[in-house]
Design a protein around this ligand. Structure first.
Ligand SMILES: NC(=O)c1ccc[n+]([C@@H]2O[C@H](COP(=O)([O-])OP(=O)(O)OC[C@H]3O[C@@H](n4cnc5c(N)ncnc54)[C@H](OP(=O)(O)O)[C@@H]3O)[C@@H](O)[C@H]2O)c1
Length: 265
């Protein structure tokens, strides 16, 4: 198992103000979050590290993940890039190291071979990938002697990805759901607003509770204010009825926010 309770984690993309970022991470951890997500790309690893340092929570209790950008995925660069992330984060190991996108210098054998060495050296606990399809997961698993434990993908009521979820469950790969609120777009969906109103919940809580109803899915909403951070965590106590879950499953509109075309430069 990669993740402990609660299954809601804390996303940090666009959280780039040093003090605000550190304080939001500290607040989240002291409120009960245990999974913190960052990336080299977010340019906030040092501030995330400050938040971890400030929080009255033991490092061993925290599941910390970061991601290497496609230009840092050649095996001769991976070790240095991870050393730099560890330095910025102020920690001596990562719980999850991700391939952020399978692009540019990504080569399954070369990149994941380097990840596997880092795991043997104790610098990372789990190998993660992000934005991987079942075909890319097949290739990654065949290329690497260490297990691929996590796939982080865009997942929300407008992009439910049932086939990918089934694949991951069948291969013991935990899913981290990014953009679980579709960056606010879920607040405009009538099925979600109706269920929120009927139950006295926020739309964010309905979307997160729907994700939590799916085995092996760990949503990581990003939030700034203490009220949003708390409200999102409280979604772990929400149990939607089968009828409500079906209503959300039946939403017949698709939206994919993250576009891989902008990664291939
Ligand atoms: N692997 C990848 O390629 C990838 C791509 C994108 C994202 N991610 C990860 O996934 C995390 C989450 O995704 P995201 O940041 O794209 O989008 P998101 O979590 O779907 O949405 C974040 C937005 O929702 C707002 N929000 C949060 N909680 C709210 C609430 N309870 N009520 C109202 N508004 C609320 C936030 O505003 P405030 O900040 O004002 O609270 C923010 O504007 C990222 O931070 C990052 O860690 C990974």
């Amino acid at each position: 198992m990669v993740f402990s309770e609660p299954r809601v984690g804390f996303g940090t993309w666009q959280n780039t103000d040093p003090e605000a970022c550190a304080e939001s991470v500290r607040t989240a951890l002291e409120m009960g979050y245990r999974h913190i997500d960052t990336a080299q790309l977010y340019e906030n690893e040092a501030y995330v590290g400050d938040g971890i340092e400030r929080a009255d929570v033991d490092r061993e209790e925290i599941t910390l993940g970061t991601k290497l950008w496609p230009g840092d995925l050649a095996s001769d660069r991976v070790h240095d890039a991870v050393d730099e992330s560890l330095e910025r984060l102020g920690v001596d190991y990562l719980d999850i190291l991700y391939v952020h996108w399978p692009a540019k210098d990504y080569d399954a054998v070369d990149t994941l071979g380097a990840f596997s060495e880092l795991r043997d050296e104790g610098l990372i606990r789990h190998l993660g990938v992000s934005n991987f399809t079942p075909e890319l997961l097949d290739e990654a698993q065949a290329a690497c002697d260490a297990p691929i434990d996590v796939n982080q993908v865009e997942l929300h009521p407008l992009l439910p990805q049932p086939d990918l979820l089934e694949y991951c469950r069948g291969h013991d790969i935990e899913v981290v759901a990014y953009s679980p609120l579709a960056r606010g777009r879920v607040f405009e969906i009538p099925e979600i607003t109706d269920i929120a109103r009927e139950n006295g919940l926020s739309e964010a809580q309905v979307a997160i509770a729907w994700l939590l109803s799916k085995d092996g899915v760990n949503p990581i909403p990003k939030a700034s204010s203490e009220a949003h951070i708390r409200g999102n965590l409280e979604a772990t106590d929400v149990e939607l009825t089968a009828e409500e879950l079906d209503r959300i499953d039946d939403i017949n509109r698709e939206l994919r926010i993250a576009d891989r075309d902008w990664v291939d430069w």
